[in-house]
Design a protein around this ligand. Structure first.
Ligand code: BT5
Length: 328
């Protein structure tokens, strides 16, 4: 552990009492100036540390996202071990795709993305300090192409469980990859895979999850202001990003590893269906080829959306190229 985090740990363990610079210096065999420099670095990271001249330092409750803060909260065996944190990155999915040598379960987390991506190369707004953006890298043993889209559904259930556990409110799911609350999108999921050209074997899966945490409606860019929301705007709760990453890692691990995905498909698909907010309603189906109105009836065992068109015919929609619009 670096000196900076050794000092942080001493402050965390002080039970609300001031810790003198002299005591820290002695315990860690460093100079008081070195202590002071590390305290300044911690403050720079966002820790609220009060300094009382000639008495010492006091750590106040702080909301900081870092690998240290996530690791402190982790209860997983594989997911997020290790966890890599970047204050700013282009895209956590891009990082995972270009660093597939990292271990199975590695999680890449950022507080800000300069080139966050959604499906079909759409932009995912990832402003600094307003949300949390992460990717889980997986090296599956043997996995069918069709199961990749079901991982998106599994992830949506893990996200919904996590937000409920931390805020007390259970959000909804919009097929296929969005988490909503009060008709506003809080979270988007993008699952990608790398396939070996020769054999067609799927080598890596990258599950990217972006969550809006703290925005008010005015904070969103004009093009998404009417459709986007955050955990704060919809529940009034400011949950910590580190709590969220640790809790989501645990929930994902449970559904994906502990329950032996895809053997548990039926049970998480039922949870997925229970969270869908538009079953039984008329929706607009938008594909590259056509746009039409249909009643959303069910989700089948492969995660396809079953719709009944106006002429009475039934279709099973595969997620890839299709978007849904739900009339308000
Ligand atoms: C998604 O695509 O929603 C998948 C987003 C995945 C983002 C994560 S963040 C970590 C990882 N690294 C990445 O680079 N990506 C992943 P899609 O269903 O195609 O939705 C994109 C659409 O959602 C956009 O066209 C906007 O209309 C809307 N949108 C963009 N940013 C948003 C935001 N922050 N909140 C709500 N809606 C947003």
């Amino acid at each position: 552990m670096t000196t900076k985090y050794q000092i942080l740990k001493l402050l965390e363990e002080s039970d609300g009492k001031l810790v003198s610079g002299g005591d820290i210096a002695e315990k860690l065999s460093i100079s008081r100036t070195a202590v002071w420099k590390q305290i300044a670095a911690l403050q720079q990271d966002g820790y609220r540390i009060i300094s009382e001249p000639s008495k010492g330092y006091l750590l106040q409750p702080s909301n900081v996202l870092s690998a240290y803060e996530i690791e402190k909260r982790l209860t997983t065996h594989t997911v997020a071990r290790p966890v890599l944190y970047f204050p700013t990155i282009d895209s956590t999915n891009t990082y995972a795709k270009t660093h597939t040598e990292l271990e199975n379960g590695t999680v890449i987390v950022a507080s800000h993305q300069t080139a966050g991506v959604g499906r079909l190369s759409r932009k995912f707004h990832s402003p600094e300090g307003q949300g949390v953006y992460l990717s889980i890298l997986l090296h599956p043993d043997m996995i069918a192409m069709a199961d990749i889209s079901t991982i998106t559904l599994l992830t949506a259930v893990a996200v919904v469980d996590t937000i409920e556990q931390l805020s007390g409110v259970r959000p909804d799911i919009k097929w296929t990859n969005d988490v909503y609350l009060h008709g506003r999108k809080l979270c988007g999921i993008l699952t990608e895979a790398t396939v070996e050209g020769e054999s067609g074997v799927i080598r890596n899966i990258i599950v990217g999850i972006g969550l809006n945490l703290y925005q008010t409606y005015e904070d969103f860019a004009p093009e998404i202001r009417d459709i986007a929301g955050s955990v704060f705007s919809e529940t009034g709760k400011k949950i910590s990003a580190a709590d969220y990453v640790a809790c989501l890692s645990k929930n994902f691990e449970r559904y994906y590893l502990d329950e032996h995905f895809p053997a548990n498909k039926a049970s998480f698909l039922q949870k997925y269906k229970d969270a869908l907010f538009f079953l039984g309603q008329t929706v607009q189906v938008i594909s590259v080829r056509e746009t039409y109105m249909a009643v959303a009836e069910d989700i089948d065992e492969n995660g396809c959306l079953i719709v009944r068109k106006e002429d009475g015919t039934v279709a099973a929609l595969n997620s890839g190229e299709i978007s849904l619009k739900i009339p308000r």
